[in-house]
Design a protein around this ligand. Structure first.
Ligand code: NAP
Length: 257
């Protein structure tokens, strides 16, 4: 889709790059010339994914829990050692579970907010301090969610992703002086590995709520991510690009019942 050498010379970190959307982003970055490091918790699956991705270019892997700042520092060490630095961070790692808000326990709430908001902040701050701010150059793309009209059925992740979106606006301004851009991609319902955890009737209702009548593909999220990560978006920062087949604008918002 893009020029084959669009990301030649780019050193990229994709969190959650072992599966689904993150894997597609890593693959497309590799195909367009980037050198890529993927990171997530499950070491065996991560190494297997890096092995498969290596067919498309130079791909490294390092286990890391994005909630663990010591592990994030180790990941930065690996980026320095294997890639010689970092130019692009894709914060894709995350997860949640469907639940009525009144049924979310304190532990469940904290787990989702910790993963999706705190983990994203810790990762972004660490990579900015280590690489982007010193080099006065860097790009961040956060994968959030379709939170335009709230996120009924998953209020915890809606709140966390809205936090990431607002964080991006703050950082876009604070870090403009370091020539760092930060944007978000907000996927609608995407036919990816993460979808399997939801009840079939929930998934069916979600599909019917999309004006295109279909789910998005992981590649459609990847292309939007590559656009925002590329020099084509050099004057775009603090923005959110929705990849949702128009769902946020149309009909009833997805309900959990
Ligand atoms: N699919 C959709 O419809 C959709 C829609 C909107 C937003 N999203 C978001 O897009 C992202 C990718 O989703 P997906 O559909 O591709 O699902 P997925 O396959 O479950 O991907 C989630 C990835 O994040 C990693 N991860 C989760 N928690 C982590 C942590 N604490 N530290 C490090 N890695 C962690 C997982 O790997 P490990 O298990 O190895 O840690 C996994 O590779 C997620 O943030 C998801 O919430 C998805």
């Amino acid at each position: 889709m893009f020029a084959p050498d669009l990301f030649k010379g780019t050193r990229a970190l994709v969190t959650g790059g072992r599966s689904g959307i993150g894997y597609a982003i890593a693959q497309r970055l590799l195909e367009h010339g980037a050198r890529v490091l993927i990171a997530s918790r499950k070491e065996e699956a991560l190494l297997e994914a890096a092995g498969t991705l290596s067919a498309f270019g130079e791909c490294h892997a390092q286990p890391c829990d994005i909630r663990d700042s010591a592990a994030i520092e180790n990941l930065a060490d690996t980026a320095a050692a294997k890639l010689g630095g970092l130019d692009l961070l894709v914060n894709n790692a995350g997860g949640q579970f469907p639940s009525y808000a009144e049924a979310i326990s304190e532990k469940g709430w904290n787990a989702v907010v910790n993963n999706n908001l705190n983990g994203t902040f810790l990762m972004t701050q660490a990579m900015a301090k280590r690489f982007f701010i010193p080099s006065k150059s860097g790009v961040v793309v956060n994968i959030i969610a379709d939170i335009f009209r709230g996120f009924p059925g998953m209020a915890h992740t809606g709140a966390a992703r809205a936090g990431v979106e607002n964080l991006s606006m703050s950082l876009a301004i604070e870090w403009a002086r370091y020539n760092i851009r930060i944007n978000n991609v907000a996927p609608g319902v995407i036919d990816s590995s993460g979808l399997g955890q939801y009840p079939p009737d929930f998934v069916d209702r979600a599909r019917k709520a999309i004006p295109f009548g279909r789910f998005g593909s992981v590649d459609e999220v990847a292309w939007a991510t590559l656009f925002l990560a590329s020099p084509m978006a050099a004057f775009t920062t603090g923005e959110t690009l929705y990849v949702d087949g128009g769902r946020r604008l149309s009909g009833d918002i997805m309900t959990f019942e």
